[in-house]
Ligand binder design. Structure first.
Ligand code: FE
Length: 183
C-alpha cells in the first residue's frame, strides 16, 4: 500500500516536471526512440478525422481494444509470427497492404515477391515515409527494424538480400498487416 502511494507520488511528480518544462506528455508505446527530436505527435482517442500524415499514438490499453492478442504481441510488442504461419505469406491478390494498427498504406502487391523466408516479403515501401527504419541490436543480431511511419507499429525487418534493382527484402509479419484489395 505504501509502495503504491509512493509510486503514485513519483508519477505525479514526473508529470509535473514534464508539464512545467513545457513538454506535452508522450503516450507512444514503442520502445526506443519514438518521437525523438520532438517530431509532431498527437494523442487521439480514435482514428476519425485524422489525416494520414499525422502521427498516431495510443496507450497499450487502447491498442488492445482494436487488435487481437496476436496482433498486439507482434505489432506493439515487437513479436515475430512463426515462419510460414502468416495469412499473407502465400497471398497473391492485387492491392495495398495497410498497417493493422492505424491503416497507413505500407506496401503495394506489385512489390511483393516470394523470398522463401516464410514471411511476406516486399522490395520497397509503397511511398517514401510509409515506413520508418530503426537499428535493432536485440537477440544478439544486428538488424534494421521496420516500423509503421505513422504509428510506430513493429512490422518486421529489412535485409540487403532482396532482388534487383533495389536489393532490399522487407520481411514483414502478416499479423502487422491488413489488406485492401484494389484493381
Ligand atoms: Fe501504423
Amino acid at each position: 500500500m505504501i509502495k503504491k502511494a509512493f509510486k503514485l507520488v513519483a508519477v505525479l511528480f514526473l508529470m509535473q516536471l514534464f508539464i512545467s518544462a513545457g513538454f506535452a506528455p508522450n503516450y507512444s508505446n514503442c520502445k526506443g526512440e519514438a518521437n525523438a527530436g520532438g517530431e509532431k505527435s498527437h494523442l487521439i482517442k480514435d482514428g476519425k478525422g485524422l489525416k494520414m500524415d499525422e502521427k498516431v499514438a495510443k496507450s497499450d490499453e487502447e491498442w488492445k481494444k482494436v487488435l487481437t492478442a496476436e496482433q498486439f504481441e507482434v505489432a506493439r510488442k515487437k513479436g515475430t509470427e512463426p515462419p510460414f504461419s502468416g495469412k499473407y505469406n502465400n497471398f497473391k491478390e492485387k492491392g495495398v497492404f495497410l498497417c493493422v494498427c492505424c491503416g497507413n498504406e505500407l506496401f503495394g502487391s506489385e512489390t511483393k515477391y516470394d523470398s522463401g523466408s516464410g514471411w511476406p516479403s516486399f522490395m520497397d515501401e509503397l511511398s517514401q515515409g510509409a515506413v520508418r527504419l530503426h537499428a535493432d541490436n536485440s537477440h544478439g543480431m544486428v538488424r534494421v527494424e521496420v516500423l509503421c511511419g505513422r504509428c510506430d507499429a513493429h512490422l518486421g525487418h529489412v535485409f540487403d538480400d532482396g532482388p534487383p534493382p533495389l536489393g532490399k527484402r522487407f520481411c514483414i509479419n502478416s499479423l502487422s498487416l491488413k489488406f485492401d484489395k484494389r484493381d
